[in-house]
Design a protein around this ligand. Structure first.
Ligand code: AMP
Ligand code: MG
Length: 472
């Protein structure tokens, strides 16, 4: 199959990237091709599953028209500045234009060392590859803007992570891989010309109605505010919201030690590398603001006279809390069955959340249980729910069709940690069935179906996952 590439990023100046070929692996083996996503891109999934494309996904061949490159970027990691990061274990193969005219990057993650690998091996083991595949596809099915997984392959090679583990490569699709850290890379070098080119590229690609860098900032602030509200409405914790892991497109990117919460707690942290809880669940909106302040400061050199530029940029990022707050309220209203707006709604939602935190109620099951009449059972002390439910019922009496609102707002199935871990464990032992079954369930998160029995359950006592590990 010929895939037509049109590589706009590779037409930017040389200092934006390093051209590289992927490093070949011993024995490419197909794990999965994502059929719906293939169709979305105008590609034939059966052909992507053929040996010549499995070889491409593993990095053993480069398709005609691709222009593989490692992108340069910088970033703040856990608040600390790192002037050069870049694709250390990934290569952008190129861009394809889907039948609807939208442009997508195809990137290989785990494809071997690059100019940016520092001391890393450029590789990935099967765990992070499957985790990203499962969680990013679940996010897409839940309607959250996200990068996607087009395919996953094994390498037939071993990757060393304290112990020997099977290697794998993920073929990732994104509307672009441009990050806050990409802007930071050039801003830190005082390279205003590159900043201008990058801003123009991003505007053309993602925000064509933006006319100025300030417009661009406004758009990115709004996109991120809405994105984080979506995460919060699903109990999702990104885990590593470094500026290099925040996409300018407003898509969720870089699923490392991410997780969906089981029992609700606003201060929940999963990532094993997040010692101080910087990226705890409830901190995410604040961190987005902090990251966007970094983005804003990168754009300042493009915004004219310094004083007014700082003022305008500050006003732009200060709109984040309001946009976020409005979106959060809209989403949570629907989650408790409200299609109309009343002034007391926010307090009603917050009262439920605080009871959930006290009662260690499962986040997803409680909200789903509102429609199914099973929410009380999620609380250590069901009375805590019943007290709230009296106020809730009084409010619902003024709604026309709360059942319909609830049904579309609250998924039954999310990628629960213990299921993700189960799929990874089985895959390491050579059995990919749990991985495929889990993906099949998560493709339809709102529809209960018999094949998905048990997948809505919270982890049993021995199954609770308390820490997730970095994506390497
Ligand atoms: P991340 O965990 O995705 O935020 O990665 C942070 C930085 O470390 C990026 O520049 C990655 O490319 C780089 N990196 C992570 N894992 C590896 C690896 N195994 N080999 C080389 N570079 C890596
Ligand atoms: Mg990253």
């Amino acid at each position: 199959m010929t895939v037509t590439f049109d590589n706009s990023y590779s037409r930017l100046p040389d200092r934006f990237f390093v051209r590289m070929q992927p490093a070949a692996v011993a024995e490419p083996g197909l794990i999965a091709v994502n059929a719906p996503l293939s169709h979305r891109l105008g590609l034939d999934p059966d052909l992507l599953a053929q040996p010549d494309w499995v070889a491409i996904f593993a990095g053993n061949a480069v398709p005609d028209g691709a222009a593989p490159l490692a992108q340069a970027y910088a970033g703040h990691q856990f608040g600390g500045w790192v002037p050069q990061l870049g694709d250390g274990r990934a290569l952008l193969l190129g861009e394809v234009v889907a039948p609807d005219g939208r442009r997508f990057d195809i990137q290989l993650k785990g494809s071997g060392p690059t100019a940016f690998s520092r001391r890393g091996d450029g590789r990935a083991w099967i765990g992070p590859v499957l985790r990203e595949y499962i969680v990013s596809e679940a996010m897409a099915a839940l309607g959250v803007p996200t990068t996607r997984a087009l395919a996953a392959v094994t390498t037939g090679e071993v990757v060393w992570r304290e112990t020997a583990l099977p290697g794998a490569v993920l073929a990732r699709v994104a509307s672009s891989h441009i990050r806050v850290g990409t802007f930071q890379y050039f801003a830190a070098r005082g390279d205003s010309e590159a900043l201008r080119l990058l801003a123009d590229h991003v505007i053309a690609r993602h925000y064509p109605d933006a006319e100025t860098p300030l417009d661009l900032l406004d758009r990115v602030v709004a996109a991120q505010a809405r994105l984080i509200a979506r995460w919060m409405s699903l109990g999702f914790i990104h885990g590593v919201m470094n500026t290099d892991n925040m996409a300018i497109s407003g898509e969720t990117i870089d699923y490392g030690p991410c997780a969906f919460m089981d029992a609700y707690h606003p201060e929940k942290v999963f990532s094993s590398i997040d010692q101080f809880g910087r990226y705890a669940f409830n901190n995410q909106p604040q961190i987005a603001l902090w990251n966007l302040a970094q983005f804003a400061s990168c754009l300042l050199p493009l915004m004219g006279e310094e004083g007014p530029a700082i003022e305008a940029a500050t006003a732009s990022i200060n709109r984040l809390p309001e946009i976020y707050g409005d979106e959060w309220l809209r989403l949570f209203r629907a989650k408790i069955g409200l299609a109309t707006e009343e002034p007391g709604d926010r307090a009603l939602i917050e009262a439920l959340l605080s009871r959930m935190a006290e009662g260690r109620a499962d986040f997803t099951r409680t909200f789903r249980g509102l429609a199914e009449g099973t929410a009380a059972a999620e609380f250590a002390a069901p009375d805590a729910f019943e007290g709230w439910a009296t106020d809730w019922q009084a409010r619902l009496a003024r709604e026309a069709d709360p059942k319909a609102t609830l049904a579309t707002a609250n998924p039954a199935y999310i990628p629960r940690n213990h299921r993700v871990e189960e799929a990874i464990r089985a895959a390491v032992a050579g059995d990919f069935d749990p991985f495929h079954r889990l993906n099949a369930v998560l493709a339809h998160p709102f529809e209960r179906c018999p094949e998905a029995e048990g997948y809505d359950a919270a982890p049993g006592e021995g199954e609770v996952v308390t820490r997730t590990f970095c994506g390497t």
